[in-house]
Design a protein around this ligand. Structure first.
Ligand code: ZN
Length: 660
């Protein structure tokens, strides 16, 4: 997601830089020889409708063969079908009531503010001051907020080996002695979900106030540019400044080529050339520094100088924050494969959305990330002897988000010229996945069970719904100064003493409940019950005057769809949007734009926040399916069943593969 700069995690790099040295030997758990080898490819957002269509058109021959040999079915997704929620269903075999992840964002009921749902960080409480410096006497902590046991932790108890690569919603990685690498949710070195830097001499080229990136005005003086790369907050310093790494760019006076000097690193780039990964070191205090990796792209030298620098990823050789288990695993991968991306969802959707990268540049970069992942998959496949190997791919999801607009002339962000060049990019990423099936064929023997799965499908995001504006107009949300309706954000204009409900997160609606919300006004019991039902009914009745369609397909009540001990933290109502609709960009930020419904003109144009019934994921396996209506939690039960492990009672799924 984007628009999340306000959600920055406070990263406690200082503390982890002082952490204990890594242990000198690996102690991997899981040595059992298993009758089956289970290979699971998680292709985020792979849509069963698109798979079927492309198979029929003869464009996915390897999918077609696999489906004929084994099974293919839509795969029931989570409510709501957001990736952190859906993958958590898969990881734990439970719904959000059991794992506690209800949305990308949860809310702090004391402050009515959004907080990350997956991760919390805490700086060291005990410190000692020494002049300008503040030295930690204990380690800070980054905590995974997902509850429930991960299936590989259960396998580990039975000594069954697993490799879990880039699993979403697993940052920091759940405690394990299996080989795991964290995926979606892993921050960059700033502690954010990804902030690029863009250095330009063209004034006003890009609106400086964008989410997901920083725009720096620079000057060419004597064919030199001096610039600064922002890094993490320096928690060692009393004033907590941002650490920076200074760099210089020397332009060739005649040719379109430049030399970049950063720390002790020097490299040359032609115009329109990418650098590959470069290491950058941020000094925190004498003897303490953190290392990150980033890519440079020299977009233009003249007439204007334009340099893009990707988000600074955590260095897998020297991770400043935990990204894997055991500690040595990422370093082992680097020793075989070289540096690789570590940030979850590495594709720079913000840079594309804000025209810092164009479509071709975005694809070039994301293809590099994909190739890195595929090389890592192949490396693990070569040593895959026993147990389970899970591998996650994000490009399927990210390309559908960004290129959906060019597949559909009805989409508000459709552009016929761009569609000529990039109208096939959604189909192309499915074709890439088909080629991947061909590439891994040689690793699939008679013992190998291959499962391809996705967390949800896709639909157009053509119209945005301003939930908070609707609540305001319908009288459920009160503003202190209604004439300032579209000003401000994060509910700073809300009169909580008269507000009954508010929208926060991407699918959530909360009642301003007494005893739970700090300034709650609705009494638990019948007042609450009646309000929830009234709101759910009214939301489902809304009609979009521009299309005649209902934006809300289904308003789910948390207690009717969730099971488990964490239901009390759920939103009271979960909005299941209709085909083509999604929450607007502004509503999750506690804003009140004037219109309840509006077109989405952004490049981020496909999405998956609809009703779970409308956008299931995909299940393809090289074995027949026992029942076609499987869902994510059934795949979890299948894994345990394949290894002869008893399915715990809190897991509600049932095995789905026919092994006879
Ligand atoms: Zn997505």
């Amino acid at each position: 997601m984007k628009r999340r700069k306000f959600l920055k995690l406070s990263v406690i790099l200082g503390a982890s830089a002082l952490s204990s040295p890594p242990s000198l030997f690996s102690h991997f758990r899981g040595n059992k020889e298993t009758p089956y080898k289970v290979l699971i490819l998680g292709m985020d957002g792979l849509d069963p409708g698109i798979v079927s269509r492309l198979v029929q058109e003869g464009r996915l021959p390897h999918f077609k063969r696999l489906m004929a040999e084994g099974g293919f079915s839509p795969l029931g997704t989570s409510i709501p079908p957001q990736s952190p929620v859906a993958w958590s269903n898969f990881i734990t075999g439970q719904d959000p009531g059991g794992h506690g992840i209800f949305d990308f964002m949860h809310r702090d009921p004391e402050l009515y503010l959004p907080v990350f749902s997956g991760t919390a960080s805490q700086e060291p409480k005990k410190t000692i001051s020494l002049g300008h410096w503040k030295l930690p006497l204990e380690r800070g902590q980054v905590r995974l907020l997902r509850q429930g046991k991960a299936f590989w932790q259960i396998l580990e108890e039975h000594d069954i080996p697993s490799v879990i690569s880039r699993m979403p919603a697993n940052y920091p990685p759940a405690t394990s002695q299996q080989k795991t690498l964290s995926g979606m949710g892993t921050p960059d070195i700033m502690g954010s979900y990804g902030i690029f830097n863009y250095y330009t001499t063209e004034p006003g080229e890009i609106n400086p106030d964008i989410g997901g990136g920083r725009i720096h005005q620079v000057y060419v003086i004597g064919n030199q540019v001096e610039a600064s790369l922002p890094g993490p907050i320096n928690t060692f310093h009393r004033d907590r400044p941002e650490a920076t790494a200074e760099f210089k760019v020397y332009l060739d006076p005649t040719n379109p080529v430049a030399k970049i000097v950063l720390n002790s690193d020097e490299f040359i780039l032609q115009e329109k050339e990418w650098s590959g990964w470069r290491r950058v070191r941020f000094n925190l205090m004498p003897g303490q520094s953190v290392s990150g990796i980033c890519q440079f792209y020299l977009k233009e030298i003249r007439p204007h100088f334009k340099l893009y620098v990707s988000a600074v990823h955590i260095d897998p050789q020297e991770p400043a924050l935990p990204i894997c288990t055991p500690k040595e695993y990422s370093r082992e991968l680097v020793s075989y494969l070289g540096l690789f991306h570590t940030k979850g969802l590495p594709a720079d959707t913000s840079a594309l959305d804000n025209n810092v990268l164009d479509e071709a540049e975005f694809l070039h970069q994301d293809n590099g990330f994909l190739q890195e992942s595929l090389a890592m998959l192949e490396f693990e496949l070569k040593r895959f002897e026993s147990g389970l190997l899970f591998f996650y791919i994000s490009s399927t999801d990210q390309r559908q988000h960004m290129f959906w607009r060019l597949t559909d002339p009805e989409h508000p962000a459709y552009n016929p010229n761009l569609a000529q060049h990039f109208g096939q990019e959604v189909a192309n990423i499915y074709i890439e996945m088909d080629k991947l099936l061909a590439r891994i064929e040689k690793f699939i023997d008679s013992r190998t069970i291959l499962i391809i799965m996705s967390d949800h499908g896709f639909n157009p995001f053509a119209r945005g719904f301003n939930l908070n504006t609707w609540l305001f107009e319908a009288g459920y949300h009160k503003l202190r100064n209604p004439w300032k309706e579209d000003k401000g954000s994060l509910f700073e204009n809300t009169d909580w003493s008269r507000t009954k409900a508010y929208g926060l997160g991407l699918n959530g609606l909360y009642i301003n409940l007494k005893g739970r919300e700090k300034l709650g006004v609705i009494n638990p019991g019948s007042e609450y019950e009646n309000l929830v039902r009234e709101l759910a009914q009214r939301l489902e009745e809304i009609v979009d005057p521009a299309t005649g369609k209902k934006p809300i397909y289904k308003a789910y009540l948390a207690r009717e769809v969730y099971h488990g001990p964490y239901i009390e933290h759920a939103p009271d109502i979960i909005l299941g949007f209709n085909w083509g609709y999604r929450i607007s960009w502004a509503s999750p930020l506690g804003k009140f734009p004037p219109a309840v419904l509006e077109n989405n003109g952004q490049k981020w144009s496909g999405d998956h926040m609809g009703a779970a019934e409308l956008i299931p994921g995909t299940l393809v396996a090289n074995r027949r399916l026992l029942h076609p209506a499987a869902s994510l939690i059934d795949v979890t039960a299948t894994i345990l069943h394949l290894f002869g492990v008893k399915i715990p009672p809190e897991m509600r799924g049932r095995p789905v593969l026919n092994l006879s």
